[in-house]
Design a protein. Structure first.
Length: 406
């Protein structure tokens, strides 16, 4: 899909996401583009679910959360947790488990909020994350609609016929659909014939203010989690759900683990307890589960790691890949989805999907320095190719073209 470059002018953008701004790839994506767009002088507002009281860290971004019930009591929150395609560190409620009454309340709440924010902010563009419910709702307000397909929405579409009419209506209403990898783009076009002439490939970016090379006192960092000072560190960050392949990582650890090597897993989700049990059953000694962590802790973790792992079974892009690379850390990822679009032999390695022996062998080669990487070159590769600011002009061109089609 081609579009004409135009002079960038100030745009008011309303961003919609089905998940909070932390804890999921799409949430981080939404926050990153919001930060980058405001830096470029545009006005941004965001509607998203939340189950914790939040405040914007950027005075130029206007947040309009819809609160859902969790452990913390929040006045006027919806009486259930926010739904997910798979899992989230702060919710295991699935879209497929919503009752008819819950789904109706979900739709009504977001519809009312979208209308309210449109009346307040008067956006020029609505940009929604996921080909799913929210862009389907927003499509009726006669404001140019752009959607980013993140991959989990495509999983949701395949798994549940109940929600397909929302996705199909969203595609029908969208001016453009942003895809985040070659594989993601191919799947969108296969599933949605009406998306053929609407798709534009723009890879995910990362916030270079959050992830960058830095000197970290490894001993102090490890001791903060009651971990002794191991010479070698293997890291993982992500949701604890089946498609992330954490079980493959743990099985690989039975091969590469030794007294000098610790494996640190950051994240949470529906399989957190199951993966702890699996590590125990496999008699692993140096595996540490540190739970969901904010960006500053993840930045430190990547910087002390010798290698970071992304063993996903199905990953449309994988923001954690570029976040680790941005810190100068080589990445070993599965050879599927959008991961091969990012990793080359100068910045990491690919392993055969589902083959934990192959994963373990490649980890050992990196830890033993049989294969060496230049941290500075890795970080420069990430910054030059995936810094979110690099993609902002492309986004604003898309917005301007969408506006011209109104």
């Amino acid at each position: 899909m081609c579009y004409n470059e135009k002079e960038v002018i100030k745009i008011k953008i309303l961003l919609l996401n089905h998940f909070p701004l932390t804890g999921s790839g799409s949430g981080v994506y939404t926050q990153n583009i919001a930060d980058s767009l405001t830096k470029a002088g545009h006005e941004v507002s965001i509607i998203m679910p939340e189950n914790e009281i939040i405040q914007s860290g950027n005075e130029h971004i206007h947040l309009y959360p819809i609160y859902f019930q969790n452990q913390e009591h929040i006045e006027n929150s919806l009486p259930f947790n926010f739904p997910c395609f798979t899992t989230h560190p702060r919710s295991t409620m699935a879209f497929t488990n919503l009752s008819d009454d819950q789904l109706e309340l979900y739709i009504k709440s977001f519809d009312n909020k979208i209308k309210e924010v449109i009346d307040i902010e008067h956006p020029d563009i609505i940009h929604a994350g996921h080909i799913w419910i929210l862009p389907s709702i927003a499509g009726k307000y006669n404001i140019p609609l752009v959607i980013t397909a993140h991959g989990t929405d495509l999983i949701g579409y395949k798994q549940s016929k109940r929600f397909r009419h929302f996705a199909e209506n969203a595609v029908d209403k969208a001016k453009f659909i942003i895809t985040i990898s070659e594989e993601n783009s191919k799947l969108v076009k296969e599933i949605f014939p009406k998306a053929q002439d609407k798709t534009i490939l723009i890879p995910n970016g990362y916030n270079s203010n959050n992830f960058y090379p830095k000197s970290v006192n490894k001993q102090e960092f490890l001791s903060s989690f009651n971990i002794k000072n191991y010479p070698k560190i293997v890291s993982f960050a992500g949701k604890f759900t089946s498609f992330k392949g954490i079980d493959l990582l743990l099985k690989a650890a039975t091969i590469y683990e030794n007294d000098d090597t610790a494996t640190i897993l950051a994240g949470n989700g529906e399989l957190f307890n199951d993966m702890q049990k699996l590590a125990k059953d496999l008699k692993l000694k140096n595996i540490y589960f540190i739970g969901n962590q904010p960006h500053d802790i993840l930045n430190n973790l990547y910087n002390i790691a010798d290698v970071s792992l992304v063993p996903s079974r199905n990953e449309a892009f994988g923001p954690v890949v570029i976040e680790a690379l941005a810190c100068g850390t080589p990445v070993i990822g599965s050879n599927n989805g959008g991961i091969p679009d990012i990793i080359n032999n100068q910045v990491g390695l690919l392993f055969e999907p589902e083959n934990y022996q192959d994963l373990a062998n490649k980890i050992k080669k990196v830890l033993d320095k049989d294969i060496k990487f230049d941290s500075q070159n890795i970080a420069e590769y990430a910054k030059n190719n995936y810094s979110q600011d690099n993609f902002t002009k492309q986004l604003t061109n898309i917005y301007n073209n969408a506006k011209s089609q109104k």
